[in-house]
Design a protein around this ligand. Structure first.
Ligand code: DQA
Length: 152
């Protein structure tokens, strides 16, 4: 892989409805605005960023598999699949790409079914409750991790 860190951002079901969906929980900004700001941040950080959103579990598994061998780091908000999907956990484990799990809301302050994540045990870290800034923190962390790994 080249020296430029390659970061994949994956957003799961209903995150295409950011800005429409429960703004008191998820905020007023839409997904396009979020992706544009992550792309701008990527330019400053000197990384390549690709974004993928799907409402389908299988499509997310396919995209994770397609990242094998060509992606340094994954940032994933799997939405509701976080709490249900062994398949997404298995895909992330299969490709051995380090990842950060992100949640816009503080899932631990919400319904009990949101407290368990299938992904957390294999994540490098988990960012919850900081709104869309969580993606920005995760991107900073991912790029510094990949850069330091490539330097060694
Ligand atoms: C979410 C939290 C999940 O419980 C929920 O199903 C989502 C979004 C978040 O970003 O806070 O779709 O992942």
């Amino acid at each position: 892989m080249s020296n430029t860190p390659k970061i994949l951002v994956i957003n799961g079901p209903n995150l295409n409805f950011l800005g429409i969906r429960e703004p008191s929980v998820y905020g007023a900004d839409n997904l396009q605005t979020l992706v544009a700001s992550l792309k701008a941040q990527s330019k400053e950080l000197g990384c390549e960023l690709e974004h993928f959103q799907s409402n389908s579990e299988g499509a997310i598994v396919d995209r994770i598999q397609a990242a094998y061998g060509n992606t340094d780091f994954i940032l994933i908000n799997a939405g509701a699949y976080t709490h249900t999907s062994v398949a997404i956990l298995d895909a992330l484990s299969a490709v051995s790409i380090p990842f950060i799990e992100i949640h816009i809301s503080n899932v631990h302050a919400r319904e009990e079914f949101r407290h368990h994540s299938f992904l957390s045990a294999k994540a490098m870290g988990v960012i919850v409750g900081f709104g869309l800034n969580g993606y920005r923190y995760a991107l900073d962390q991912a790029v510094s991790y990949v850069k330091s790994k490539k330097a060694n």
